[in-house]
Design a protein around this ligand. Structure first.
Ligand code: SF4
Ligand code: SF4
Length: 142
């Protein structure tokens, strides 16, 4: 059987630099349970949360962005305002299929994300668990 190249685990710890939460436009897909959790955290009704923080894109719900394209929950001074309740898409980064197919894919992700190869050690089981939460390659727009 072919050996998984990251079988010995990987290191990753978010520095909260914000690179993946700011800048280029993108989508943060959210499920119903995630929306409920975020609305509860912000003490908002689902209706208010939807009006202020959600948009429809490609037939799915995504968080909105600020006019400068930052995620609506990114604060330039304080970082992610919903970090403990962030959606699975954010939570599972960088352990996405697109970053784990080859060592080169991981290195490429690490070029953009200073948390890769630093800090917390993740074993194979933990990484595979994160992979289950990660967005599908097909769901991720180019
Ligand atoms: S780019 Fe990496 S280190 Fe920076 S906020 Fe995103 S996940 Fe964290
Ligand atoms: S919810 Fe938080 S972690 Fe996810 S993109 Fe927005 S600011 Fe970043």
């Amino acid at each position: 059987m072919e050996q998984i190249w990251f079988a010995d685990g990987l290191r990753f710890e978010c520095t909260q630099c914000g690179r993946c939460c700011t800048g280029a436009p993108g989508f943060v897909w959210v499920s119903e349970p995630e929306i409920e959790r975020l609305a509860r955290r912000l003490s908002m009704s689902l209706e208010d949360f939807g009006r202020r923080h959600l948009r429809m894109a490609r037939g799915r719900l995504s968080l909105t962005e600020k006019p400068n394209r930052d995620c609506v929950f990114w604060d330039r001074q304080a970082g992610c305002q919903v970090y403990e309740d962030r959606p699975d898409q954010c939570r599972s980064w960088p352990f996405w299929n697109s970053n784990l197919e080859t060592r080169e894919d991981w290195d490429s992700a690490a070029n953009d994300c200073p948390g890769c190869n630093h800090g917390q050690s993740w074993d194979l089981v933990q990484i595979q668990d994160q992979l289950k939460r990660a967005p599908d390659r097909a769901e991720w727009p180019d």
